[in-house]
Structure formats: C-alpha cells, structure tokens
Write a protein that binds this ligand. Structure first.
Ligand SMILES: [Zn+2]
Length: 64
C-alpha cells in the first residue's frame, strides 16, 4: 500500500437502525447510523442520529 496517496478521510457506513422515536415530530421517523471514519491518523467510530421527517437530529431518542 502506498500511504502517501491517501489524502482524504474515508468514511465507511457500518450499520443503521430505523424506527427510532423523534420527540420533535412525535413519530418513529428517526434513525441511527454508525460510520467508521478512516484517516491517516487512524480510525474511529461515530454514531450519528437523523430524523428524515424534519431532516435534523434534534429530538431523536436512542433506546438502550
Ligand atoms: Zn423529527
């Protein structure tokens, strides 16, 4: 592998979960997705929340 050619951050979509509750819309229109952010310095995972009804993340509830 030629690491010198890696100039940008790569993002891989690992998994997603539909049907999370959104307190903004009072609907089960939220989703959670996990992405792996890969850059020169390594890799880390990010959990992101999204509601496709109001197109934002505010109010989306993650049930544990
Ligand atoms: Zn919403």
């Amino acid at each position: 592998m030629d690491h010198a050619r890696v100039v940008s951050v790569r993002i891989e979509h690992l998994e997603h979960e539909h049907g999370l509750w959104c307190n903004t819309c009072m609907l089960s229109t939220g989703m959670r997705f996990t992405v792996a952010v890969i850059s020169r310095s390594g890799m880390h995972l990010q959990d992101r929340l999204w509601c496709y009804e109001h197109e934002g993340s505010r109010g989306v509830v993650v049930e544990s």
